[in-house]
Design a binder for this molecule. Sequence first.
Ligand code: AMP
Ligand code: GLY
Length: 426
Amino acid sequence: MKAIVIGSGGREHAMAWTLLQSPNVTAVVCIPGNGGTATLPGCSNLAMSVDDVEGIARFSLVQNIGLVAVGPEQPLADGVADGLRAEGITVFGPSQEGAQLEASKAWAKALMQEAGIPTAASAVFDQAEAATAYVDEQGAPIVIKADGLAAGKGVTVAMSVEEAKDAIAAIFDGQFGAAGKRVVIEEFLTGQEASIMAVTDGLTIRPLMPAQDHKQVGEGDTGPNTGGMGAYAPTPVVPTDLLDRIQTDVLEPALQGLKNRGIDYRGVVYAGLMITPEGEPKVIEFNCRFGDPETQVVLPLLETPLDKIMLACCEQRLESLPPFEWKSGYAACVVMAAEGYPGKYPKGMAISGIDAATDTGAMVFHAGTQLERGVVKASGGRILGVTALGDGFGDAIANAYRAVNNLQFEHAYYRQDIGHRVRSQF
Ligand code: AMP
Ligand code: GLY
């Protein structure tokens, strides 16, 4: 079978790499892909826009593509899966309606409340005055979220009432474009965040291995939020009994909520959870796609062929699939970024040492890279995700850093403390 992966990040490189581990997958085409997918044996890039439904459909039909897996949320929210399905193409990824789980925080909150899913107390406002009055009433800390997709930049964890009001003003000033004009204000939760990525065929839902990522740019989890600076799996923060509870209290009710809305959801439901100090899982957000960089640690641990899981979701036979099989041990990923990210950062630096890093046994997943005349160059804020496995948690982390030490490019920045939050728990 030939497959398409839509997207161009580390997540998509990891998806393509994992699909190619399967004996059933002969080739993967990434649209548009990056420098990593361009050089991955069995994989090629197609320079087409991720929302060019007509172009992707034509290519899929001519090339006899058996599966299209959509990586990022934006094309899903734009209805790319619907457009391709209408042409009879097998797509892993929810419909536009289903993607509202991520594309509208207010919509997702309403679903959570109706389904009885534990989450932060919240209120939704369409007007700045009412939102500001609510903040005065509640006090700080408090969390202000733009309703729509804002590439991870629409959330302010406000430590003061003033900061909260500034965030509200920015949203209603239209700083988040279409994501503006509506705000979700939430109770501030404390604890450890965990990422539970589950797959569903619209009838049943099954979690993958629990992971954690490091959202903040600085050592010790300080500074501005990013897409994620590193990740690891499995995490001791979500032991088996807690995962079982998340299945019954979060995932199954979420699927039921989607069903109640008549949504036929085939793809990933990713629950971003806060595990409170009392050990309660509370949903911070739902995403309609795999997490990045979490995918870069979860998929390398998966033994069951990924295409089998994705096709079972597309064809509504997930229930009959045997339990997913996993490699023993741990996976850790260190993200190498450009200095300055998530603010302004330089681009175009040549990257060396990829073969040497890979020779240590690690996987070097590319995010913001491009292949230019045979040279891999940086083209984004997050540049590489370096993943290693290990028998123990500490081994996985040490192996990942050993690989990182082989990689060189100007203005490289990475965190030295990936995994620090849980190190004492092993
Ligand atoms: P979101 O885009 O909703 O995942 O929010 C981005 C980040 O903001 C999360 O990963 C958390 O670190 C933080 N955050 C969001 N909601 C809350 C909350 N209710 N309490 C504390 N932190 C939050
Ligand atoms: N790593 C967080 C996310 O993918 O949303």
